[in-house]
Design a protein around this ligand. Structure first.
Ligand code: HXC
Ligand code: NAP
Length: 288
């Protein structure tokens, strides 16, 4: 979608960039000329991904161990990234933890675990990079991967909903506070995209036999990684230079489909509409 040198000379730090959507965004950024730092807890996974991405794209990738819940880990990644690439321009808050569960079954530690990865991890990285950007007069960009239930809430993923809502509030708040430094912050809110990490924990096969997530999506399919990666590249590029504090939904129409009062009339077969029209017109005439 974007020309090959769109991110030339930029360095992006993508949390959790060794798997799933983070890895797809890393690949896209590398193809567009950026240097990329990917960092997550599993060093073996992140180093393997870094070396594969470098081979696939010919780009510069640094893979480091980091638990985003620990501020010192985030600072260490930043230091190593700046040492290697000279500067960091872009942060993608992508790392997350989540699993499906009735809330009353959760221990307080389980609740903490998810909120800490999603919210604390995102504010740790945003704060560390923000301080660095302001001190060094760099017009940094933050892109956070949230989800559509950040504003609707959702049953059975309550810690994740709390964490993602916090990330959305942080994005909107800082877009106002840090606009004067030229720092932009935006979110992408995806609906379902196949990744092992998400589907094993949220839509296991046993559940899919009962509840198919595709049934809820007007466009009738899951998202494709390329679609999200292109959007993620646009939102960190100069082409989106006047967009900040915004959330772009990429969900095939899913959340609005769940919200619209009469959207469930999609289930009415088209051959039934002649009869329904007669009934409805008849109701009007009765009143006359
Ligand atoms: C109830 C659970 C549980 C489960 C873990 N716990 N899994 N409780 N049901 N299924 C509890 C544990 O018993 C423990 O509490 C506490 O949570 C911490 O668990 P640990 O395994 O020690 O934590 P940790 O090793 O840090 O792993 C974090 C994790 C794990 C979140 C539990 O799943 C993970 O590493 N996830 C990272 C990747 C991920 O989640 N990807 C999906 C993102 S998808 P106790 O009390 O026993 O100590 C996404 C999409 C949203 O966000 C939108 C989709 C449309
Ligand atoms: P994923 O492959 O499981 O990615 C999550 C990543 O986060 C993993 O690479 C994991 O690596 C990393 N991570 C977890 N805890 C961490 C920690 N404490 N510190 C550093 N890294 C950590 O799942 P995904 O589907 O690609 O999700 C990516 C993002 O998209 C998430 O923000 C998710 O909420 C969002 N999202 C996904 C979907 C979807 O349908 N897939 C929908 C909406 C939103 P380690 O295990 O090595 O730490």
């Amino acid at each position: 979608m974007l020309s090959q040198n769109t991110l030339q000379g930029k360095t992006a730090f993508i949390t959790g960039g060794g798997t799933g959507l983070g890895r797809s965004m890393a690949k896209k950024y590398l193809e567009l000329g950026a240097n990329v730092i990917i960092a997550s807890r599993k060093l073996d996974v992140i180093q393997k991904a870094a070396s594969e991405l470098a081979t696939e794209t010919g780009g510069n990738v640094l893979g480091l161990a980091c638990d985003v819940r620990k501020y010192e880990d985030v600072e260490n990644v930043m230091k190593a990234g700046i040492e290697k690439f000279g500067q960091i321009d872009i942060l993608v808050n992508n790392a997350a933890g989540n699993f499906i569960s009735p809330t009353e079954r959760l221990s307080h530690r389980a609740f903490d675990t998810v909120v800490d990865i999603v919210l604390k991890g995102s504010y740790n990285c945003t704060l560390a990079l923000g301080k660095y950007w302001i001190e060094n007069k760099i017009k940094g960009i933050v892109l956070s991967i949230t989800t559509t239930y950040a504003w609707t809430g959702s049953a059975f993923v309550v810690p994740s909903a709390c964490g993602k809502a916090g990330v959305l509030a942080m994005t909107r708040s800082l877009s106002s506070e840090w606009g004067k430094y030229g720092i932009r912050l935006n979110c992408i809110a995806p609906g379902p995209f196949y990744t092992e990490g998400a589907f094993d924990r949220l839509f296991p096969k046993e559940v899919q036999e009962m509840l198919n997530p595709i049934d809820r999506i007007p466009l009738g399919r899951l998202g494709q990684h390329e679609e999200l990666a292109n959007l993620a590249a646009y939102l960190v590029s100069d082409f989106s230079g006047y967009i900040t504090g915004e959330v772009v939904t990429i969900d095939g129409g899913e959340w609005l489909n769940g919200a619209g009062e009469f959207n469930f009339f999609n289930k009415v077969p088209s051959e039934m509409w002649d009869m329904l029209e007669q009934v409805v017109r008849g109701a009007w005439k009765k009143k006359e």
